[in-house]
Structures are given as C-alpha cells and as structure tokens.
Design a protein around this ligand. Structure first.
Ligand code: GCB
Length: 597
C-alpha cells in the first residue's frame, strides 16, 4: 500500500496540469433519503493484469492512462484499448461471479460508463459509491475525481466542476490486490470479491446541505431525544428544521460558526425492539430541501453482566452472517436478498445478527431494522494487522468512522465491533485501544465490543484474558471446541471470564456438507455438525454472564482457504444452511436451544 500511495501522489504531481482535482468530501449520511440518480446497469470493463492503463513500461504513472477513454483522432493514431468495444458487466456486482475468467482474479479492472446529466444552475453534484473493493481511483470526463481505500464503506466526491451539461463519462479503476498493510490484511477466510459491489449514485444537492445528523433516544430518559446536525460547510446562521409528525415534534435550530447545531427535544416515542420494530418518519429541512428518514428509538446499555434493551435484560439470540447472496456466492446488495437471509435467521428464532467481518450493505442493515433484528456491526481488523503502521491505523479508523457515519441513526445497531481474533501484543493493544476510544468519541450511545480469543489456563479450563477488556462494554470471544479440538472435550470444559461485563460467544461451530449423512463421529456429515451443536449449546449454558451467541455461520460462504475437493470446493461449510438454501440438521439444534431462551 505504501508504495502505491507514493505512486499516486507522484501521479498527482505529474498529471496536475491535465487533471483538475475534484474535492474529496466527508461521507454524506442517509443517501437513500436524498435526491439521487442511479448509475447502475451495464458498464464496459477492461481487465488490466499489469496495470497497463495506469503505469508506463518503467512503472511510472502515465498521463495517457485508460481514464482518458481516448479514441483515435486520425487513422494513424495508436490507442491500444477501447472501452466501447470491450465486454459489459452489470454493476453493482462483483466480477468474480459475473465473469467466469475472473473467479480467482485479484488485480485491476477498469470500468467505464457514459451518462447524460443536466445539472441545474447553482446546484452541486456528488458521486457516491456504496462500496468498491478494495482500492478505487475515479475520473469523470478524464479528470481525477477521487481515490478511496477500503472495500466495505461508502464514499462520495463532489464532481460539480467536472461534469458538463449533456454527455459525460466516468471511469473507475478498481484494484483488489492484497497487501500486508491493508485492512483486512493479506489473509482472511472469505472471498475477496472485487468490483463496484454496491450502489453507484449521482446525488443532487444545494451548495450548502445537511451532511449528516443524528437523532437518538437518551439512554436513561425515554422522554428525551438528542438531535445533532452538521452542514457540509462551516456556515453560521442556517436554520435547520426537524419534524417528526407522529410525535408532534417540530423544532428549528440555527447553526453555529462551524456549521453544526444540536438540541435536546422532549418527545416520548414508542420504543423500537425486536417485538415492536417501530420506525417514525423524520424530516430534516434546510432552505426548503428535505432529507427523509425512518428512525426508531431505543436504549441500549449494560448493567453488571447483563445487556439491557430499553432498560430490560435481553438475551441476544444471534447468528453470524457474511455479506454474500442467499444462494450461491457473490456479493449481496438488495433488500430482497437481505429478506431471504433474515427469513432463515427468523426461522431459527434469532433476534440478533452479527454482520461479520466488515460493514454489510445498507439494505441489509435497514431490512434488519424494519424486521426487528438487533445488529452487531464490525470493521475488518481481522487476525494479524500491521499494528505499528500509521497508515494501517488511519485506514482502520477511517473505516470505523464511515461505518458509524452511515448507520448512526439505525436503532437496531447496538454494537460496534472493532476487531476479530487479533493476537495479543502491546502494539495491538495500543492500536485497538485508540480505535475503541475513537469509536466512543464518535458515538457513545452504543456498546463497543470485539471478538477476542480465549487463552486456556489448563487443558479443560478456559480463561479469557485480554487487556482490551477495559475498553469494551461487552466481552466477546470465539471458540471452536468440537471442530479445531475434540468435541468430547465440551462437557469437561470450565469457563472463567473474570470481568464484570456481559459475555457474547461470538463464534462457535463446525463444517458439514449438506446432504452428507453418517455417524456423528464422521467429519463433514450433518450428524457430526449436529452433535457438535448439541455439545456446544449444553456447554454454553454453563458460562456465567452469557448474554448472547452468534454461531458461525448462517450460510456456507465462499473462501479460497477451503480447498477440500468434494466437500468444501472453495466454500467454508460451517453454514447451518447450505449455499443452495438447504437447512442442515444443526440448524434445528440452534432453533430448539433458542426456543428455550
Ligand atoms: C474464525 C474466524 C472466521 C472463520 C472461522 C472458521 O475464527 O473468525 O472468520 O471463518 O473461524 O471457519 O474457521
């Protein structure tokens, strides 16, 4: 990554004369509630293994790159690419499942789309991407518009000065090569789907607009809402109006010199909960322009070893989920797909989903909110990150910030998780400590957690010991008794979690190939997995302070680490549902256990 950044800045210097740089701007909140035009549909694409379209033959950035979308002007001109004669791909999507040749591909693909646009006088145009995995360079009409790193968080840029009235084109260079300094790092147990995987939108805004806002219920006083609003510019004296008609709320604030304002508003909403996922229509109005939202109100806190939702203890009956389509592989990005996966979770008796291991698409979070599922949301600080690299920290922090900025008003999101199974060291503690403190500074209305690892004190005694316990509200850990160690050990296990905090077992489980039957001692059979779940749930009942579980995982998911022919075939088989939607026997063990909770 480091060398890439250097090359990029070299490129900026070099191309400075030809590239008018559009402004990269902070993430704009509630994009679905704004005036948008989709750029979804067919895009031309060029697979560029050697980054021919970006570097010359000395590996110096070239001003003649593919972003120019050049055409020969005379018959003798040499131009060795042509977007318009290249293949088309329907976006948003991942290239791995759209083009068979790209199933394992990790590298650069260039995308181009023509669009017509008629910007109104005095308005501004933003270009928004729901997610691009992993690194994106964006040009509009051949001019650089922005650059983004991180595969699961949204970003936007102001392209007002780059678009013209009429025909325009946008080019995006997407690169999903792995680097040790990235977040996630070089190895991870899921498919590295490349591409523009989430919504691509043009957003029409006034020069001064509401950049983001939050409207949250007080943790203790259920008759009090905290409203905060932030403009895109430090403009004082702007009147911003909040209305929630069903609560008879109609309030106006005036922004200060920094373009922000806040107000405590008295109102007593019906509380959002899994049993009553009540949402209120909310309008935020500035100079006659309205941003609409549907917001729920709830309180989440801990007391000793309990998690309290709206002041009452709740057991989180959860399931871990990857952001992969319900059937087969491929990145998910629709409410319909979310509804299928959440339907399975509902059938299992869940009230909670762990959206692992990175922020999921916004449809998923909103659908879960509408249907009454509580959510654990996570950033991909996974396994071994480059703990001492300041660029890695900045990257992780930016992903955390944008995850929070996007979903700050989602009532169902109750936990921000900052890491998964990270090896202990002073450098890791300092990295994660900073991240946790940062998360709290942005949003102290939710709980902070992370998936830790248990350090065994003796063979059958498990003790959780992690310096990060001070930084989290909920201590969570993953354990694989029965899979990465013998299932017969489960009844002998004792557990010690020496912290006065609620406990979530954020992973347990094992693999089975759907339809493969045999003895419970035979690995990969449904019976093996079923027995593992029977043993594990019995064991979990002996954990003091257990406040929830999110077994691994709802559905078989694609992973390049899972190569066993005839069994895995590049799927992690720990799903309780197969990749083609069949429920395995263990699904019903979880269902029965949750029925008893
Ligand atoms: C874990 C990881 C998860 C893996 C899982 C497994 O501990 O957190 O990402 O997929 O184990 O299947 O081994």
């Amino acid at each position: 990554m480091k060398h890439l950044i250097l090359k990029t800045s070299a490129f900026l210097l070099l191309a400075g004369s030809l590239a008018l740089r559009a402004e990269e701007i902070p993430l704009v909140g509630n994009i679905p509630g704004r005036n948008t035009t989709t750029l979804a549909g067919e895009w031309s694409y060029i697979v560029d293994v050697q980054e021919e379209g970006y570097y010359d033959y000395r590996m110096n950035p070239t001003p003649w790159g593919f972003f120019q979308n050049a055409k020969p002007q005379t018959p003798k001109d040499l131009i060795e690419y042509d977007f318009d004669k290249s293949d088309r791909m329907v976006l948003p999507s991942d290239w791995n499942t759209r083009d068979q040749r790209l199933f394992f591909y990790e590298g650069t693909v260039w995308f181009k789309k023509d669009f017509t646009w008629h910007p109104a006088e005095g308005r501004r145009t933003l270009l928004y991407f729901g997610a691009v995995n992993y690194e994106a360079h964006v040009w509009v009409n051949g001019k650089q518009a922005g650059h983004h790193v991180g595969g699961f968080t949204p970003f936007n840029m102001d392209i007002t000065d780059l678009v013209v009235d009429g025909n325009n084109f946008v080019v995006v260079k997407v690169d999903n090569k792995r680097h040790a300094e990235d977040v996630p790092t070089q190895i991870f147990d899921w498919w590295n789907y490349g591409g523009i995987t989430r919504d691509i939108l043009l957003v029409d805004v006034a020069p001064v607009y509401v950049e983001n806002y939050s409207l949250l219920l007080d943790r203790k006083d259920y008759g009090l809402l905290h409203w905060k609003v932030r403009l895109n510019a430090p403009v004082a004296g702007k009147r911003v109006r909040l209305s929630v008609p069903e609560l008879k709320v109609d309030k106006t604030v005036v922004t200060g010199a920094d373009g922000t304002a806040s107000l405590d508003v008295k109102a007593r909403p019906e509380l959002w909960s899994p049993d009553n996922p009540r949402l209120y229509e909310v309008c935020i109005d500035l100079d006659g322009e309205t941003v609409k939202d549907a917001i729920g109100f709830r309180s989440i806190e801990t007391r000793g070893k309990q998690i309290l939702l709206n002041g009452k203890p709740i057991f989180l009956k959860g399931i871990s989920i990857h952001d992969e389509k319900a059937f087969g592989g491929g990145r998910a990005n629709s409410a319909e797909d979310a509804a299928v996966r959440l339907g399975w979770a509902r059938e299992m008796g869940c009230n909670f989903v762990r959206l692992a291991h990175y922020p999921h698409n916004e449809y998923m979070v909103r659908e879960a909110e509408r249907e009454g599922f509580l959510v654990w949301s996570e950033i991909p600080v996974y396994w071994t990150i480059a703990w001492t690299d300041p660029g890695t920290y900045a990257n992780a922090q930016a992903q955390l910030r944008d995850m929070i900025e996007r979903d700050v008003n989602r009532a169902n999101v109750i936990i921000w998780s900052i890491a998964n199974e990270t090896p202990h060291s002073p450098e890791r503690d300092s990295f994660l400590g900073r991240l946790a403190t940062y998360a709290r500074s942005l949003d102290n209305s939710r709980l902070i957690s992370m998936a830790m690892e248990v350090t065994s004190a003796s063979n059958y005694h498990n003790r959780l010991q992690d310096n990060m316990h001070e930084f989290v509200d909920v201590v969570s850990f993953n354990q694989y008794i029965g899979w990465y160690r013998d299932v017969d050990d489960a009844p002998k296990m004792t557990w010690e979690i020496p912290y006065e905090k609620p406990v979530i077992v954020s992973e347990f489980g094992g693999g089975a190939r759907a339809g493969l039957h045999g003895d419970k001692g035979e690995r990969w059979t449904e019976e093996f997995q079923e027995n593992l779940y029977i043993q594990n749930t019995a064991m979990l009942d002996r954990i003091d302070g257990l406040s929830g579980t999110t077994p691994w995982i709802l559905k078989d998911f694609r992973s390049p680490r899972r190569v066993l022919p005839g069994v895995q075939d590049y799927y992690n088989r720990k799903g309780l549902v197969s990749d083609d939607g069949r429920k395995k026997k263990a699904f019903y063990v979880m269902k029965a256990w949750y029925e008893g909770k």
